[in-house]
Design a protein around this ligand. Structure first.
Ligand code: SF4
Length: 104
């Protein structure tokens, strides 16, 4: 079994088709980012804190250093609560000048 086949086997069945399409380059960049974010959070979008509050593992992602953070799915509610505009660029978020941006 190859490394890629092992990775595919580790993906929950309900996400496996999209994962295969992402690997084959058959998804839009936006859809491929969504698959990557699901992969990153262990394929579980929702979690609960110890006091029972529901957390959106992707929309509420706090890894601001991730190159996908500014374009991750389900981020709109999070950005609204932080007072950020939906079109805020990566360089604006990072506080750096110039750069090519993600180009998505
Ligand atoms: S934006 Fe967050 S959830 Fe998505 S890949 Fe980056 S760290 Fe993972």
């Amino acid at each position: 079994m190859t490394d890629i086949e092992r990775r595919i086997e580790a993906v929950p069945v309900k996400h496996r088709s999209m994962y295969r399409k992402a690997l084959a380059g058959e998804l839009s960049p936006r859809a491929a980012i969504k698959v990557k974010c699901y992969d990153c959070v262990g394929w579980e979008r929702w979690a609960r804190t110890l006091d029972g509050q529901r957390i959106d593992n992707i929309g509420d992602c706090s890894v601001r250093g991730c190159p996908l953070w500014a374009v991750r799915p389900f981020r709109m509610a999070r950005q609204s609560s932080q007072g950020l505009e939906a079109g805020t660029s990566v360089t604006e978020l990072a506080g750096v000048e110039g750069g090519d941006g993600p180009g998505l």
